[in-house]
Design a protein around this ligand. Structure first.
Ligand code: BES
Ligand code: ZN
Length: 459
């Protein structure tokens, strides 16, 4: 999978002592010792052993979106939130996923190595092999492929058009060979009922077949494709809500703490992102019985790795009133690797906001200088586009184990977990505790970001 570059536009960390800018307007300015004493109500309770143990539980196997393993993680997370006294909800959402088929190609009786073209229909065809050039309409006017299998060269027109043209001319299957050395991993772009089964082979194999046919020898071929197709899958978000403790003194504001519980295939995802989920669980435990005047929502998202699907589904499910009331979203994604760099706060637009201000100030009080940068690539993105101040907490530079089978428990650092939990915990508690007035929500302009344009020259 092609990765977007890690955009680390580090801006000067202009940390101010005490109360952050977005907050200063109405908050009483407490001496920093008093602030620290309030932070300590949270910080002293955070125990990184708990976070580590939850990561251990979650990272025993990959948690691919839509699978039983992801569902088991969802149930574990939900039961933990419930055990701390939270109201919980498991929010399902569906997505489409393409299942690669099993394919076989035989020339006479001999198997031929082949690759599938994504979105090929399933099916079996046996027949005479006919060379159809590039399978343009003109090429097909010159040959009779009706009831036969078309051997087609890559180039000039799309794979989909080649398959459609050949099908239109009556071919029962299509074998496309590469026009550069090696095998070919292509896609037909999208499913189409007019396609016939289609596979690809190497340039070398393709040219051999073309010359055999050119010598006038007949070739019989079989193409067999089974088990491919699009299926509807279901993933889930886990939502745990802490209502304000004293309804009569409550603000109408909401804070969201997020992480994603799915992982990529083949990776146990200990850091990506069992670390963020387990840190959210620990903050939920610590905050559970604290008096608060702000609604706190802990949300762990499914199918982040498939394109932030869970967080888009969650934000879609919010009413405009709820969106207006959310003053900040803290996304923790990859917050515990011993082999990664410093804790950085990334926003989608590279601007500071309520979340980064509160966290920078909390970092000053807890002794960590946080830096800033601009990056999407996680569940803070849909919140930003809904006009909600949001930031991604992650260590930069990344560890080498990112999206590999080595993203496992043994690489997790309790110190890194503790540091992140303290900063996010102190920042959230500063908003939520009853002695601080409502925040002025920082402005976010929800303009889509052009990733391709930003990509130049970055790591
Ligand atoms: N944890 C990563 C996010 C990440 C990695 C952010 C490196 C910044 C730097 C996340 O789980 C991920 O891998 N996201 C996908 C993007 C998503 C839209 C599919 C990615 O970056 O490939
Ligand atoms: Zn992640």
């Amino acid at each position: 999978m092609r990765r977007k570059p890690f955009i680390a536009l580090l801006m000067a960390a202009s940390l101010t002592m005490g109360v952050p800018a977005a907050y200063a307007k109405e908050a009483p300015t407490l001496p920093s010792q008093a602030q620290q004493a309030l932070d300590n109500k949270i910080i002293k309770k955070i125990n990184s052993d708990n976070i580590y143990d939850d990561i251990a539980h979650l990272s025993s196997e990959p948690r691919i979106a839509g699978t039983e393993a992801e569902w088991e993680a969802v149930q574990y997370i939900e039961s933990k939130f419930s055990s701390y006294g939270y109201q919980t909800e498991i929010q399902p959402f569906t997505f489409e996923s393409y299942q690669e088929p099993t394919i076989s190609v035989r020339i006479g009786d001999k198997p031929l190595a082949s690759s599938s073209l994504t979105y090929t229909p399933n099916g079996e065809a046996t027949g005479e092999l006919v060379y159809a050039g590039l399978a343009t309409e003109a090429d097909l006017a010159d040959v009779d492929v009706s009831g036969k299998i078309a051997l087609v060269k890559r180039g000039d027109i799309s794979f989909a058009d080649k398959v459609l043209n050949a099908a239109q001319a009556g071919a029962t299957a299509v074998i496309i060979y590469n026009n550069v050395p090696g095998s070919l991993a292509g896609t037909l772009g999208a499913p189409n009922d007019d396609f016939v089964p289609a596979v690809s082979i190497t340039q070398e194999e393709g040219e051999k077949l073309v010359s055999t046919l050119a010598e006038g020898q007949a070739i019989s071929a079989t193409v067999n494709i089974t088990g491919g197709g699009i299926s509807q899958q279901t993933s889930h978000n886990v939502i745990a809500v802490k209502e304000p403790t004293q309804k009569n003194k409550a603000t109408d504001q909401i804070v969201v703490v997020g992480a994603h519980h799915d992982s990529v295939p083949g990776s146990p995802g200990a850091n990506d992102d069992a670390s963020g989920v387990a840190t959210s669980l620990e903050l939920a435990r610590v905050l559970a019985n604290m008096p608060t005047d702000t609604e706190i929502r802990f949300v762990t998202f499914g199918a982040e790795e498939l394109g932030l699907l869970g967080s888009y589904a969650y934000v879609d499910s919010l009413s405009q009133d709820e969106r207006d009331r959310i003053v900040g979203m803290f996304q923790m994604d990859m917050v515990g690797s011993r082999d990664a760099g410093e804790l950085v706060m990334f926003t989608v637009d590279g601007e500071k906001n309520t979340v980064t201000d509160l966290s920078a100030a909390a970092g000053v009080r807890t002794g960590t200088a946080l830096t800033y940068g601009q990056e999407g690539r996680s569940d803070h993105v849909p919140f930003h586009y809904a006009g909600i101040p949001a930031a991604l907490f992650i260590h930069n530079p990344l560890e080498p184990w990112y999206h590999t089978p080595e993203d496992s428990l043994d690489k997790i650092s309790k110190e890194k977990l503790q540091e992140t939990a303290e900063i996010v915990g102190a920042a959230v508690y500063q908003i939520a505790r009853p002695d601080t007035p409502a925040l002025e929500k920082s402005k976010v302009s929800p303009k889509p970001v052009d990733y391709e344009k930003m990509a130049g020259g970055l790591q």
